[in-house]
Unconditional design. Sequence first.
Length: 91
Amino acid sequence: MARVAIALERYRLAHGDFPESLDVLAPQFIAKLPHDVINGQPLHYRRTSDGQFVLYSVGWNETDDGGEVGLTKKGYLDISQGDWVWRYPAK
C-alpha cells in the first residue's frame, strides 16, 4: 500500500488533486498496481469529501469493512478485525 500511496501523491503533485480511481496511476506513476495480499483482489480506494483519500486492504477477516480499522472494546488496534487502512492524512 505504501507504493500505491506514493504513486497517489506523485499523481496529486502532477495534477493538483488525487485521482478518482487507482487505474490511472499505471504505468506513469507506478509500473503495476499491486493486489490486496489477503484476497488477491484490487485494493480499495476512495477520495474523501475533503479531497484526501482512503486506501485499504480487507485485512485478516477478509471482509470489506468500508475502510474502518478494527478496534478492541478498550479502543486499541485489533488487526484481526476491520480493514488495513492507509488514510491520508492520517487521523
